[in-house]
Design a protein around this ligand. Structure first.
Ligand code: 5BU
Length: 452
């Protein structure tokens, strides 16, 4: 059984709430914008929503259900289908011909109506709708609302004697999104300010372009990577999580023209052989002009990491332009990756990751200070003195059923100021990996340009 939070996160994936700067009907500037209409386009979600709403209500009290037009109409319909409480329809404007009725459907005077609304703000539109129903001799005792923007509407209607039931409010929404690293602390602070009635300051957060980052970085690998990005108009790193040398080489050949780097987990290659795996891979990388990034995620003391980096069958230091490393071993443990640029793991994309705010901040301090570290992997915005690499990007799906949580290129470039997206299954599992890599390349580049 899914929790209310899981349900909300599914709804969120449909794009029902956006954060940024929005001018409301009233002219006021709001740090968030809600539109629940997309929920009606997902039948499973709409059905679940109807049941969540019905669960909160004393159903025996209602003879009819009515939705406030338009957004709540499909919700009210779904609730009627799930509960067998008959639906009546309220028009936005009375017909200018025929019956001139405002309320359509079968009802009798004296019946009690459950009113359904998608979002409640000041409560003004509900206050206009209620008399139109009551004028037909129907009473309204209860109002059920999907999302309360917490701007006084609920309290105002309760004072007038209506029972107002709300499924979510904006404070809960912020908490749920923050727990999932989907909302940054400064945005939450701005929303809190807004709800307290203060004028919200929208300082313009700007991001650095590749050219600006190139000028500032000292590390030759960052420069190389950025130069390839600019030349190819690509910020795509394909993650080659395949199991054989032939799959690896074939994927590299197909996606090569569209990527800045190929990310490997070299220890999953079952038939690894330096001569047959690495030598041809280096040739393909050179020919298509991309770098090799070994996602080894080192996590030991410096001495062990040094050995793991250069010895054993993989001899990573001899071929990887970039390596990923945890910074759990501390600053000194980062000294020994001399041939590669280090990408530090600051925050992870998996559900329930332990990389909380405190960990991320401490790890980021090391990443900023250490000359061998060129950037970080993170699901949050990080210092713009680092390059930000963001995995967990997929155009088609929100998760993999194994804890991976996906974002879109738009989100990671605009909100996190990412520099590079890392895409695995979105590309290597596609029927046509070459075509998919081109799609991600274009989507990533356009999202980068739009974020400037
Ligand atoms: P996917 O198929 O696009 O989900 O693959 C993502 C790749 O990025 C995969 O190789 C992971 O090991 C890697 N990854 C990640 O998904 N999330 C993280 O936080 C980190 C790495 Br760190």
């Amino acid at each position: 059984m899914e929790t209310k939070k899981q349900f909300f996160l599914e709804c969120y994936q449909l794009g029902i709430i956006k954060f940024g700067k929005f001018t409301l009907k009233s002219g006021i500037e709001s740090p968030f914008y809600v539109d629940l209409r997309p929920l009606a386009s997902d039948p499973k979600i709409l059905k679940h929503l109807a049941n969540y709403l019905l669960e909160m209500l004393p159903l025996d009290n209602f003879d009819v259900i009515c939705g406030v037009p338009y957004a709540a109409l499909p919700m009210a319909t779904a609730m009627s289908l799930e509960s067998y409480i008959p639906l009546i329809i309220k028009r936005k404007e009375a017909k200018s011909y025929g019956t001139k009725k405002l309320i359509e459907g079968i009802y009798k005077k004296g019946q009690n109506c459950l009113l359904v609304e998608d979002v409640i703000t000041s409560g003004k539109s509900l206050l206009e709708t209620i008399p139109e129903i009551e004028n037909e001799g129907i009473t309204v005792s209860d109002i059920v609302v999907v999302l309360d923007r917490q701007q006084g509407g609920k309290e105002m209607l309760e004072e007038k004697g209506y029972n107002v039931h709300t499924l979510f409010n904006i404070t809960e929404v912020c908490e749920m999104l923050s727990e999932e690293n989907l909302l940054m602390d400064d945005e939450i602070a701005r929303i809190k300010d807004f709800l307290e009635g203060n004028i919200v300051k929208f300082e313009k957060r700007t991001r650095k372009s590749y050219e600006e980052k190139n000028k500032e970085t000292q590390h030759h690998i960052s420069q190389k990577l950025i130069n390839i990005a600019i030349a190819k108009k690509s910020n795509l790193i394909a993650s080659a999580d395949v199991l054989t040398t032939s799959e690896l080489l074939s994927l590299a050949e197909k996606v090569g023209p569209n990527i800045v780097a190929l990310k490997t987990h070299i220890d999953i290659i079952t038939d690894f052989d330096y001569e047959k795996t690495i030598v041809p891979l280096l040739e393909i990388a050179k020919r298509h002009d991309f770098l090799l990034m070994e996602d080894r995620k080192f996590a030991d003391i410096g001495n062990t990491q040094e050995l793991q980096y250069s010895y054993g069958i993989y001899r990573i230091s001899s071929w990887a332009d970039l390596v990923t490393s945890q910074v759990i071993g501390g600053y000194a443990a980062m000294e020994y990756f001399l041939n590669s640029g280090i990408v530090a793991i600051l925050g992870m994309s998996s559900k329930g990751t332990l990389t909380d705010n405190h960990y991320r901040n401490e790890a980021e301090k090391i990443a900023i200070e250490h000359p061998n570290i060129i950037g970080g992997v993170c699901q949050n915005e990080i210092s713009d003195s680092l390059l930000l690499f963001t995995p967990g990007v997929n155009l088609a799906t929100a998760g993999d059923g194994k804890g991976q949580q996906y974002n879109t290129p738009e989100h990671v470039f605009k909100n996190l100021h990412s520099d590079f997206i890392i895409v695995g299954r979105g590309i290597y599992k596609a029927d046509d990996a070459e075509k998919a890599s081109l799609e991600y390349k274009i989507a990533g580049w356009n999202a980068y340009l739009a974020s400037l």
